[in-house]
Design a protein around this ligand. Structure first.
Ligand code: ADP
Ligand code: MG
Length: 726
């Protein structure tokens, strides 16, 4: 539907909007009863599984021991009974292909019993392994179509859960997705592998500090999810929002975000209802969502969970994204997870709060209170800085996508230069360490590693330095370059593996000390920290990451600045990165190549789709509207002249010039788009350097037209309407 009538209908639908169901009654069902009620969690397993089976499964989940396949039948049976009691008719292996989305294929529990009836069946085999016909998922050359079968493998560490629909429920089993030859075709497999690598190296370092832990050490992740909400009726008459998830046209609204009156503002009633339902749905699934608030841009919001073990947090963030999308529709809205739905106002990101640890140890990025724990903290922190310095380009590559390119480096998100913000005190401590005269920190007299405690490090109360991509915030690092639509797996895979390599280095260096007493060990630690700082402190930057001065300074320091996706993705197959990932068995060279190919292809397809939309919308929506107005103006002109006025109309000139120019640019864009060739990387560069600017050229004239054409002729909902009518 398009045309001005669609706009009017949309507005009238919004005015007459009525909630479709009664408000949630939390006093009837307590949130504590709701939480985890649809999860096959520890409590349910304990209740329903024989003791030895429960214990065996628990060993795999908690301690990372190998799964005993013989228990699978019993678990499958218990899971099926539980699911059927909750109304499930089907089960699905949920997996996370390289599109970044969530995938599922449902199978019924029911099978014919041979006597004309049916019975519910679910075996250990079906639980452990699934075989979706996966030929349409991207494999980047890893899998030819004739051997299309990939298989899904049960991830015991992420609990199964029930999803509800008004017409029934179904059982979801989180899985990894691999080819028959065992190559990773998804986001989860390398994440699990990277956790193993991290665990091994972190434990080596910990044991040097005399710390032993039964539990695996892994990453913790707390992703803050930003999103936009737009009334659904507007989206139906905006093909760009509907198909591309972002506006490809649109003159700026008279009011944007300059008043910053949206940030932390009182939450609009319909939006709050939506948020409450989202939270309730997520509570059922055991997702510990905690914070909700208005974000900076009009119509922008955020939801943040309490951090969890990295793999679980990743699955949960996928659930957050799908839940936001589906619940929004029930409230007559569309949830946009695109990184830049609207030009001229902030886009959406996903701050990934990242730390290492486990339930026994807490966060290893937490300084602690004793000199001993401080020393250990400084070692882990220095390892992170070294990792970022050595592999910043890799980390940058994990957040490369056509959509995130519109946000990174646009003075609303950190630049593509990977640097770390430590805050004044901690930066000072490391500076002292580097100088080798750890005599006085800013707040203390003399500091000796392993003897003195750190000065109190302030917990970051808010976003004190938003301009840094990797900011230390008290007990974790906050990686701020992830896009709002991205899976948080990729960044974590890189961070875990980079950390594993750095911790490996640290452990190897400290092991060289041999048998030493405590003082000698502390001296050894001090020397190592000094060495790391001398080699890697170029990555520390506490200033304004948005400034031009920093871009120049960073270049001097030799920090890579990979501004666009086609510049960043080749890093995935660079020598360093291949060595890193193969050494720790996280991704093979073939797997890295396939990923690079898939991501480049996605980039090309995304830009091509958008370019096609630009052409189509310019010709079939904007051109006719502007021409109608031009006709009206010309008629007025002619009538005026007919009654003897020497009449020249500026607006008519303006419309005519912009229309003509827009047509020229549309033709240019079309020609550019028809030409392609070369390999995927060349094609991606071409789309970036030629096609994207050509799209912007069309938009420039179209937006100029929007600002002059009579409003009652303009068919596309305006920025003003989409951002401010709720
Ligand atoms: P802020 O606005 O200060 O960044 P938020 O409450 O919006 O704070 O988000 C902080 C996020 O960081 C939450 O998801 C929280 O669970 C997470 N977080 C806190 N501590 C850690 C940690 N040690 N490791 C990983 N994530 C953490
Ligand atoms: Mg934050």
């Amino acid at each position: 539907m398009s045309g001005i009538q669609a706009r009017l209908n949309a507005i009238s639908a919004i005015i007459n909007y009525q909630p479709s169901h009664a408000p949630l009654n939390f006093s009837e069902t307590k949130p504590t009863d709701v939480f985890g009620s649809n999860v096959f969690n520890d409590k349910i397993m304990k209740e329903r599984l024989p003791k030895h089976v429960y214990k065996s499964l628990k060993n795999t989940i908690a301690f990372g021991e190998k799964l005993d396949a013989s228990v699978a039948d019993v678990v499958a049976n218990a899971m099926k009974d539980w699911a059927i009691e909750k109304g499930a008719t089907h089960f699905t292996h949920v997996f996370y292909p390289l599109t970044g989305l969530t995938a599922e294929k449902h199978d019924a529990f029911l099978v014919p019993d041979g006597d004309g009836g049916a019975m519910a069946e679910f075996s250990g085999k079906l639980l452990i392994q699934g075989e979706p016909d996966a030929s349409s998922f991207p494999s980047g050359g890893l899998r030819a179509t004739f051997e299309a079968r990939g298989y899904t493998a049960w991830d015991v560490t992420s609990p199964a859960y029930i999803l509800e629909n008004p017409n029934g429920t179904f059982l979801c089993i989180p899985t990894a997705f691999v080819s028959w030859t065992g190559e990773a075709l998804d986001k989860k497999t390398p994440l699990l592998r990277s956790q193993q690598a991290l665990n091994k190296q972190a434990k080596r370092v910990l044991s040097l500090f005399g710390v032993n832990t039964k539990l695996p050490v892994g990453s913790y992740a707390g992703p803050e999810q930003e999103y936009f909400l737009v009334d659904r009726n507007f989206v139906f008459s905006r093909p760009d929002l509907l198909i591309a998830g972002r506006t490809l046209f649109g003159a700026p609204s008279a009011k944007g975000q300059e008043f910053e009156d949206q940030y932390f503002g009182v939450i609009n009633r319909r939006v709050l209802s939506f948020m409450m339902e989202v939270e309730r749905e997520l509570f059922k699934l055991g997702v510990p969502v905690k914070t909700r608030h208005n974000e900076v841009a009009p119509a922008q919001f955020e939801i943040a969970p309490i951090y969890e073990q990295g793999n679980l947090a990743t699955d949960h963030n996928q659930l957050v994204m799908t839940t936001l999308r589906s619940v929004a529709k029930r409230y007559g809205m569309i949830c946009l997870l695109h990184e830049k739905p609207f030009a001229g106002i902030n886009g959406s990101g996903k701050h990934l709060n990242y730390s290492l640890g486990n339930a026994e140890l807490g966060s290893l990025f937490d300084p602690g209170e004793t000199p001993h724990s401080n020393a250990q903290f400084l070692v882990f922190c220095a390892a992170a800085l070294r990792a970022l310095h050595k592999h910043g380009a890799l980390l940058r590559a994990t957040v490369a996508s056509a959509s995130n390119d519109h946000r990174l480096g646009a003075n609303e998100a950190p630049p593509a230069i990977m640097s770390a913000y430590l805050g004044e005190q901690l930066a000072d401590v490391f500076e002292q360490i580097k100088k080798g005269e750890v005599k006085g920190s800013k707040t203390k007299g003399i500091m000796n590693i392993g003897v003195d405690t750190l000065p109190p490090l302030p917990m970051d109360p808010g976003d004190r330095n938003r301009t840094s991509p990797f900011a230390f915030t008290g007990n974790r690092f906050e990686f701020r370059a992830v896009g709002s639509s991205h899976s948080i797996a990729g960044a974590q895979v890189a961070l875990n593996t980079m950390m594993a390599e750095s911790l490996d280095y640290v452990a190897t260096e400290l092991e060289k000390l041999g048998k030493v007493n405590k003082t000698q060990f502390n001296e050894g630690v001090q020397m190592l920290l000094q060495k790391i700082m001398k080699e890697h402190d170029a990555v520390i930057f506490n200033g304004d990451g948005y400034s031009d001065a920093w871009h120049k300074e960073a270049a001097k320091r030799g920090l890579p600045n990979l501004k666009t996706t086609p510049e960043a993705l080749p890093v995935l197959t660079s020598k360093d990165v291949v060595e890193l990932f193969t050494k720790y068995n996280v991704l093979s060279e073939a797997e890295l190549k396939s990923r690079q190919e898939i991501y480049l292809e996605q980039y090309v397809k995304t830009v091509a789709t958008e370019a096609n939309l630009v052409i189509r919308m310019a010709r079939t929506v904007i051109f006719p509207a502007a021409m109608r107005y031009q006709g009206q103006l010309a008629e007025t002109c002619a009538s005026m002249q007919a009654i003897g006025h020497d009449f020249k109309m500026v607006t008519l000139e303006e419309v005519t010039t912009n229309l003509r120019a827009m047509q020229v640019e549309v033709d240019k864009l079309e020609k550019l788009l028809a030409h392609e060739g070369g390999d995927t990387l060349t094609h991606a560069k071409y789309m970036c350097d030629k096609v994207l600017p050509a799209m912007l050229a069309v938009r420039g004239y179209a937006d100029a037209l929007e600002s002059v054409v009579a409003d009652d002729l303009w068919p596309l909902p305006s920025y003003q309407e989409m951002l401010f009518i709720r």
